[in-house]
Structures are given as C-alpha cells and as structure tokens.
Design a protein around this ligand. Structure first.
Ligand SMILES: Cc1cc2nc3c(=O)[nH]c(=O)nc-3n(C[C@H](O)[C@H](O)[C@H](O)COP(=O)(O)O)c2cc1C
Length: 370
C-alpha cells in the first residue's frame, strides 16, 4: 500500500483557478433522477453529490442547455429559474461538505427522441440518423424504456446561432447556481462531437466539410462560454476514439489534435480525455491518444476510462496525466478517496440502478465504517 504522503493521487493540483486537494475526480454520470415535472435537481441529488465531496473535483451529470438539447428523459436542465434554484441546493451541499463542482453542459443533438421536445425533431449537423441508437423515454403513463432515436433535422444557420446563445445562457446560469465552473461536453457522440466528426457532419456551409469548418461550432461555443466563465474555471471533455453511438471520424488524430491545440491556446483549466468505449467492454486505448493529449495541451490533463487506482497512480507518476476521473468506481463508492487511501475494499456498482429510480443504488452505497 502506498502511504498517502507519497501517493501522487493525494498530492494537490492547481488547475487554472481551481484548487484540487487530490487527483481523484468524480466523472460525469447521468443518473436520470431529476425532479419532475421540469427536470429540476432536488434534495436527493444534493445528498448524492455531497456524499462524494471528498473528490478533488466533482463533474456533474450531463445537463441539458435547453429543451431541444434534451435526449433522455429525467435528466436535469440548466435553462429555467427552477432548475437554477434546484442546482443551488446541490452546490450549497457540496460546498458545505468541502467539495468543488463543475456543471457539464450538454446538447444531445441527434441522440434524442421527438417526445422530449414535442413537435420538434432532434437537431444535428446533418440529417443522418443513427439507426442503431436508442435513448431513454417515459410515456404518458410514466413507463420508461429505451426507444430508437427519431430522425434528426440538419440545423439551420439561425438554429446554430440560437444554440450558441443557449450555451452562453447555460454557462451564466451555472455560475448563478453556485458552480465553481463548467465543463463543455464535446464527447460521446453528442451534438458538438457530431459536428467534429466527419461521418456525422456532411454540411456544405461554414460549419461542415473541412476540419476548420467542422471545428467551428465547438470553437464558437467556447468563445460564448468563455465570455461568461473565466477560462481558469472551464473544462472540455473529448473522447477522440469513441466508436459508439454511430461515431466514426475518418482521422481522429487530426481532428482532436487540432481541437486540443486550440483549447490550449484558449487557456482552459482542464482538458478531459475520455476513453469511453471501455463501458462497452473495449480494451483501454489511452496510450493511443497521447499524440493529442499531453503533447498538445499544457493545462491540467484529466484522463478517464477503465482506470483502477493503481493504473491512475502509475499514469500520474509517469506524467501522462494530472488527474483521473472515475465513473463506475465512484458511483458505487461515495467515499472513494478514503477507500483508495486505505487500499479498499470497494463496493461493486449495480448496473440495474444506474439510470432512474430513487435512493436505491444512488445514495445508499455504504461508506466505510469509522
Ligand atoms: C451510469 C453512467 C452514466 C454516464 N453519464 C455520463 C454523462 O452524463 N456525461 C459523460 O460525459 N459521460 C458519462 N458517462 C461516461 C463516464 O463519465 C465514464 O467516461 C465511463 O464510465 C468510463 O469511466 P469508468 O471506467 O471510470 O467508469 C456515464 C457512464 C455511466 C456508467
């Protein structure tokens, strides 16, 4: 067992304006337990996050920037006054427990179903449906289940403009709700990733075609967000080799190398690189992503995807990353830093309660006694 004093996971990290007391981060985790109606965070959510306030940093679950951005039922938003007030419960609870928390800003794009925004088709760079993709919806009787995504419509120039405005409003609302900053979700096959990737963006205007054009929406969103939140409090999440949700970029090294270099120039605090395919059982591939991670970005580099505490320690010791975000391990172990410090043991995550429901599988994972 590594003594805490010598353990790189427990050395503090300064990331822009953020001071992390340790390198163990709670990864963004959708849990589909927002209060209804209105997708409003509530006390149950505040309890869940406060239990995990021992993290060096908490990344919130993905949070919709507008109704049309919504792709899954029961996920929270950050576009109404009620949602801002609901998130205030969460940030107050996390701060009272000694934690720090960023809000993850989300637009699902084509990964959506019309019932989540009645009368409006999901919006995407191009009208290309992911035929194998499903999202979670709830019917009028309250029965939830997975449904094939609806065919998306290609966004008009006016819709692109209003989407950028929605990101700005969401970032402003996040700061009003007491978050320590925001993370722009540009990973996992959602809207901003759909614009970046060559197979989902076949536009012929200034937002598609060349790599410069495919990057344009993300870069304009970043400018809008950075007008609301200091760069030292901003993170971006990318998943360069993500192959789920119908994503297949022709040249990820080029695409994500360019994106990482631009984010470096913007001076954001934290770049998170997620190897999310591990969720579907893929072997970890972080080593293949070195070219567009450490080489391109001088700020704090956060790595994610299938990390054990041992691998996280080795990665940080080798200088390949500055901190590691843990998803499923932190989901099941609210006191994860404490457990890592004691070398375990660890609770096992229960997949059946990942999404939806109440306290079971959410706030009832036990902490270590004494
Ligand atoms: C239940 C669940 C919900 C998730 N929700 C999100 C999310 O809201 N935003 C996001 O960027 N990634 C999300 N992910 C991906 C995780 O952040 C992380 O990338 C993934 O779990 C791999 O990390 P791990 O091996 O440490 O669990 C989710 C994963 C799980 C298991």
């Amino acid at each position: 067992m590594t003594e805490r004093a010598d353990d790189p996971l427990f050395s503090p990290l300064t990331a822009g304006e953020l001071e992390l007391p340790n390198r163990i981060v709670l990864a963004p985790l959708t849990r589909s337990r927002a209060g209804q109606p209105g997708n409003v965070p509530r006390q149950l959510n505040a309890d869940y996050y406060a239990q995990r306030a021992g993290a060096g940093l908490i990344l919130s679950e993905a949070t919709n920037i507008s109704q049309i951005a919504t792709g899954y039922a029961l996920t929270p938003g950050i576009y109404t006054d009620q949602q801002v007030a609901g998130w205030r419960l969460v940030t107050d609870a996390v701060h009272a427990a000694g934690g720090r928390m960023l809000l993850q800003l989300w637009h699902c794009g084509r990964m959506s179903h019309e019932s989540l925004h009645p009368g409006e088709a999901p919006r995407a760079p191009s009208a290309i449906r992911c035929d194998s993709c499903q999202v979670f919806t709830v019917d009028a009787e309250g029965r939830g289940g997975l449904t094939p995504v609806s065919p998306p419509q290609a966004m008009t120039a006016a819709e692109i403009k209003s989407t950028i405005d929605d990101y700005a409003r969401a970032a402003r609302n996040a700061m009003a709700a007491g978050f320590d900053g925001v993370q722009v979700h540009s990973a996992n096959g959602y809207l901003l990733h759909q614009f970046l990737a060559s197979n989902t963006n076949t536009r012929t205007d200034g937002y598609g075609g060349s790599l410069t054009n495919r990057c344009r929406l993300l870069f304009e969103v970043m400018d809008a967000v950075l007008a609301e939140v200091p760069a030292g409090r901003v993170s971006v999440r990318l998943s360069p080799l993500f192959g789920l949700n119908g994503m297949a970029d022709a040249n990820p090294a080029d695409t994500f190398g360019t994106v990482a270099a631009h984010l470096n120039r913007l001076g954001i605090a934290v770049l998170e690189i997620a190897d999310t395919d591990v969720m579907a059982g893929a072997e970890p591939r972080m080593e293949q992503m070195r070219d567009f991670t450490r080489k391109r970005f001088d700020g704090a580099l956060m790595l994610n995807g299938g990390y054990t505490p041992e691998r996280a320690r080795a990665t940080i010791s080798a200088g390949d990353g500055d901190c590691v975000s843990f998803g499923r391990l932190f989901l099941a172990n609210p006191d994860l830093p404490e457990r890592i410090g004691r070398d375990g043991p660890y609770n096992e995550p229960n997949q059946a309660t990942f999404y939806g429901g109440g306290a079971e599988g959410y706030t009832d994972y036990p902490a270590l006694a004494g």
